[in-house]
Design a protein around this ligand. Structure first.
Ligand SMILES: [Zn+2]
Length: 131
């Protein structure tokens, strides 16, 4: 099945990933959320994945590899993740930056990472000072 490029999602628009029972998400299940084409990009190795700020109920992270940095946005609502990336690639599902970042968060934070994040987001405000 071929999809016209214009029909693809801009990574700035949120991609929705349903969480499993009890808000769990397994790193392996992320593979369902990437395009076959995106699978070719294996060279995104995160060296910085730093929480940047929470704006309302949205968490943002610097997603950095070498000299490239994109902003990863995550919202958790109704047991679903809403994920954005500032790379503005046109993809059917997740871009490889987001895929690598989510995988890394789940591996380091545990499969209930996003459940924990949703609880944090309910209680925090953006505290970074803009310089
Ligand atoms: Zn991206």
């Amino acid at each position: 099945m071929k999809i016209h490029k214009d029909d693809l999602r801009n990574t700035n628009d949120a991609y929705v990933i349903p969480l499993g029972r009890d808000g769990q998400l397994h790193p392996d299940s992320l593979k369902k959320h990437i395009d076959t084409y995106t699978l070719n990009f294996k060279q995104w190795h995160i060296n910085v994945l730093a929480p940047l700020c929470t704006v309302g109920k949205r968490a943002e992270y610097y997603n950095t590899y070498g000299t490239l940095t994109y902003i990863l946005g995550i919202e958790v609502s109704s047991n679903q993740l809403y994920v954005t990336c500032s790379c503005k690639r046109r993809v059917e599902k997740l871009c490889h930056h987001t895929y690598a970042a989510l995988k890394s968060l789940l591996i380091t934070g545990g499969t209930d990472y996003f459940l924990k994040l949703s609880k944090i987001l309910q209680n925090t405000q953006c505290t970074t000072s803009n310089t």
